[in-house]
Write a protein that binds this ligand. Structure first.
Ligand code: IPM
Ligand code: MG
Length: 374
């Protein structure tokens, strides 16, 4: 037992050094790339697993129509990135094969379908690896339900918390298992700044910080404190605190829903609550998300690869709304707001709905309607 404890302590020491080095790198970061100044923007299309290739190919066809002029002038390139599939990752015994990561790094932004992560086992989520490798620290997830007055934007910290070391915990077999949660000041500052900047630039007056700082005193306590430090730089914006449990209730409390505007949360709470929020909007199949960093950005649905739909032969009925919403966010990010609005309007005019059942439309039917509207 003593040997196991010693090995675990040594492991922990290495993790601590690595995390301190990561936080020092963050402190030196030099700010975000400006897409307006680029002559050429390469959009990498990563299909993913399960329903991923189906919705991704629908999105690709739509982008080819929407960006016809930019593609023919060479301003935009749509580039298919192959090899980020569960089969290839298992065969190569790595979450993101080196050649795939190298091709991804040659793109400016990615439009990515969902990838599968097996429960337990050694294979780390490709999403988590990409977010970490590309340092995509800001996970932005909008949720809108106009008829209920809901217009929410979630800013989920995307590289820290339980995710930073999620596959590097300690296990003393048959006795205990221990995972780690990491919050750095630099990591919190940059996501807080992203949320407050968004609020300031979009006429929002309230940012709600959501933690469980009564229990996770060090990590969440520091997250909330650092967010409040940043809030002081934004005098017109109210920063208030909520615990994640009551916030889950508040999201479905009709008397409170309208009052929330921007949410700022650590990684895991942001993961969980954005599925709840997406359900209020009509399901996870309707929600897209942006993962942005200073250099790269990746846009994707918030849902998984839906292996059950594939097993039941319902893959072609998957809704592409999530990936198209992600594409709208991507177009805004690369400074093509008119194209973003055009796609958004086309989606709003579609009369059919794909919902993963035979009663609904197919993904292809939905995409055809979007293309006709463009
Ligand atoms: C999400 C997903 C991912 C996450 C999975 C696929 C790793 O649930 O983007 O919300 O947990 O972040
Ligand atoms: Mg999630």
């Amino acid at each position: 037992m003593n040997e196991l404890i010693e090995a675990s302590v040594a492991h922990f020491r290495t993790l601590l050094s690595e995390q301190i080095a990561r936080q020092e790198r963050m402190e030196k970061s030099s700010g975000a790339k400006d897409f307006r100044t680029l002559d050429k923007i390469t959009i990498g299309l990563v299909p993913g697993d399960g329903i991923g290739p189906i919705i991704s190919s629908g999105a690709r066809k739509i982008l080819e129509v929407l960006l016809k002029d930019e593609i023919s002038s060479g301003k935009i390139e749509l580039r298919l990135i192959e090899g980020l599939t569960l089969e290839n990752r298992i065969e190569k015994k790595v979450s993101v094969p080196d050649d795939v990561l190298a091709s991804i790094r040659e793109c400016d932004v990615l439009l990515k379908g969902p990838t599968t992560t097996p429960h337990g086992g050694w294979l780390e989520s490709a999403n988590v690896v990409l977010r970490r490798e590309l340092d995509l620290y800001s996970n932005v997830r909008p949720v809108r339900v106009p008829e209920k007055g809901i217009d929410w934007t979630f800013f989920r910290e995307n590289t820290e918390g339980e995710y930073a070391l999620g596959s590097k915990g300690i296990e003393i077999p048959g006795k205990l298992a221990m995972d780690f949660k990491v919050t750095t000041d630099a990591g919190t500052r940059r996501i807080a700044r992203a949320a407050f900047e968004y609020a300031k630039n979009n006429g929002k007056t309230r940012v709600s910080i959501v933690t469980k700082a009564n229990i996770m005193k060090k990590t969440d306590g520091s997250f909330s404190a650092v967010c409040h430090e940043i809030a002081e730089e934004y005098p017109g914006i109210i920063a208030d605190d909520f615990y994640i449990d009551i916030m889950c209730a508040n999201l479905i409390n009709e008397s409170m829903q309208k009052g929330f505007q921007v949410f700022l949360l650590p990684n895991l709470y942001g993961d969980i609550i954005t599925d709840e929020a997406a359900q209020i909007q009509g399901g996870v199949g309707t929600a897209g998300s942006a993962n942005t960093g200073d250099e790269y950005a990746m846009f994707e649905p918030i849902h998984g690869s839906a292996p059950r739909l594939i097993e039941e032969g319902l893959g072609e009925y998957a809704s592409p709304e999530s990936i198209l919403t992600a594409a709208v966010m991507m177009l805004r990010h690369i400074a093509l707001p008119d194209k973003a609005a055009q796609l958004e309007n086309a989606m709003q005019s579609v009369t059919c709905r794909a919902n993963g059942t035979r009663e609904g439309a197919t993904c292809a039917e939905y995409c055809d309607e979007v293309m006709q509207a463009l």
